[in-house]
Ligand binder design. Structure first.
Ligand code: PGA
Ligand code: ZN
Length: 421
């Protein structure tokens, strides 16, 4: 089975700004379409998003160059290649770009081709994408944990957001509902959405705005307290009829690189500048008071020292996102330096399907949790991350609770469950 045609176009992502969609057609006639997301609070070492920087279009953020790179350069090298050899295709794409961060042709161009090829080939082989990914990458099922069954990931839904994702909200970027109950995915999705609705009622009762931020999470103004959202979510779990600490708990993503300046952490809403050690004390006090499930990026990506210190004291998994940016070498460094227990997985941080899967497999080998995630700034309706999560046996997917580009992920998860049953 060979790649016959590759065609890219510029589409709109969730924030109303451009992104890239790629259509790959195989000689079998199968067609795979994929679109690429990008973040608002990206890590500094992520694979590069290539923008046009033509000020006359979308303030410079157009993606016609990336589209051209697919149509005129990448298509030339992959047309005629064996579509079933995903690794060889991705290696070819990486070689053609020739830079470490894929800044020459753009990870937004490269990843689109990579994802669309996998999807087209899965369709051609009559397999669900998650089944095809397991087959093509020879992914071992985590049999001892699941009794040989596929594990379906549980929702981690951002319910309150601030930082770079919403104005005048909290300094910490995300307060997340992490479902912990092992039950049908459909039940877990229902629970998560019921808790979201309960939280809406609580915020209203408390005289707060229920406007939402980038990810469909509430972004109440003027909270001036980075702890209060945890209390709100715990209360919402109870008011929705569930038990905090049993059915669900709270995960935090500080995205701390965004408020790290000159070796200190600036909590603007609280009018405080904290040392890393003071910030750590604040976090550690929370873990004794609330049913917390995990912490992500609680320190800056440049503050490896404190990541290590924090991990020793933490009772719950420490998740690396900006620190490791879905990069095998950085994940290996995080493993060696014992700074985390889990890794957030974002396809566009890596820039090819193969590199993303390799990162998940390395994580699995070292008993790191993998959490495939949406992006805050420019998410699309693509649901690849859900199939990836199922394929590698992820414990959670991190996806916002509302808006089309987020709920399509939960809809795909429930569809996979229906198909497996
Ligand atoms: P981003 O945020 O996609 O805007 O980088 C999401 C996250 O930090 O997890
Ligand atoms: Zn994050």
């Amino acid at each position: 089975m060979k790649i016959a045609r590759v065609l890219a176009r510029e589409i709109l992502a969730s924030g109303g700004m451009p992104s890239v969609e790629v259509k790959v057609t195989l000689d079998s006639g199968a067609v795979g379409v994929a679109s690429v997301s990008y973040g608002a609070s990206a890590g500094s070492k992520e694979a590069a998003v290539l923008h046009d920087w033509d000020k006359h279009r979308y303030g410079g953020k157009g993606m016609l160059k990336a589209v051209d790179n697919v149509n005129n350069i990448l298509s030339q090298v992959v047309v005629g290649m064996d579509a079933e050899d995903q690794r060889a295709i991705d290696e070819t794409l990486i070689r053609e770009d020739g830079t470490e961060k894929k800044s020459n042709l753009g990870a937004n161009a490269i990843l689109g081709v990579s994802m669309a090829t996998a999807r087209a080939t899965a369709i051609s082989q009559n397999l669900a994408l998650h089944q095809y990914l397991q087959k093509v990458f020879n992914i071992p099922l985590p049999a001892e944990k699941t009794g040989g069954k596929l594990r379906l990931p549980k929702p981690m839904a951002v319910l309150i957001e601030g930082g770079k994702h919403a104005d005048n909200s909290t300094d910490l970027q995300e307060y997340i509902l992490a479902v912990t109950r092992e039950q049908a995915a459909k039940k877990n999705v229902q629970m998560m959405e019921e808790i979201y609705q309960a939280l809406k009622n609580i915020l209203k009762r408390d005289g707060r705005s229920i406007n939402v931020g980038n990810e469909g999470a509430f972004a109440p103004e003027g909270i001036a307290d980075n702890e209060l959202p945890i209390k709100y979510i715990v209360q919402a779990i109870g008011e929705a009829g569930y038990e905090a600490g049993v059915d669900a708990g709270v995960a935090l993503d500080a995205a701390a690189s965004e408020f790290y300046k000159d070796g200190k952490y600036e909590l603007k809403t609280e009018n405080k500048i904290l040392s890393a050690s003071e910030l750590m004390d604040m976090y550690l006090a929370w873990q004794d008071q609330y049913p917390l499930v995990s912490w992500e990026d609680m320190f800056s990506e440049f503050d490896w020292d404190y990541w290590a210190k924090f991990k020793v004291k933490s009772k719950i998994p420490v998740v690396a996102d900006d620190l490791t940016v879905t990069n095998v070498a950085l994940l290996q460094k995080a493993i060696n330096h014992k700074v985390a227990d889990a890794i957030l997985i974002k396809l566009n941080q890596a820039g090819t399907v193969t590199e993303t899967v390799d990162c998940c497999l390395l994580a699995n080998q070292h008993n790191f949790l993998t959490i495939p995630s949406h992006r805050g700034g420019g998410e699309t309706n693509d649901t690849f991350l859900v199939d990836l999560a199922v394929a590698v046996g992820s414990q959670w997917i991190k996806v916002g609770p509302t808006r089309g580009e987020r709920v399509c992920k939960y809809n795909r998860l429930m569809e996979i469950e229906e198909q497996l049953n």
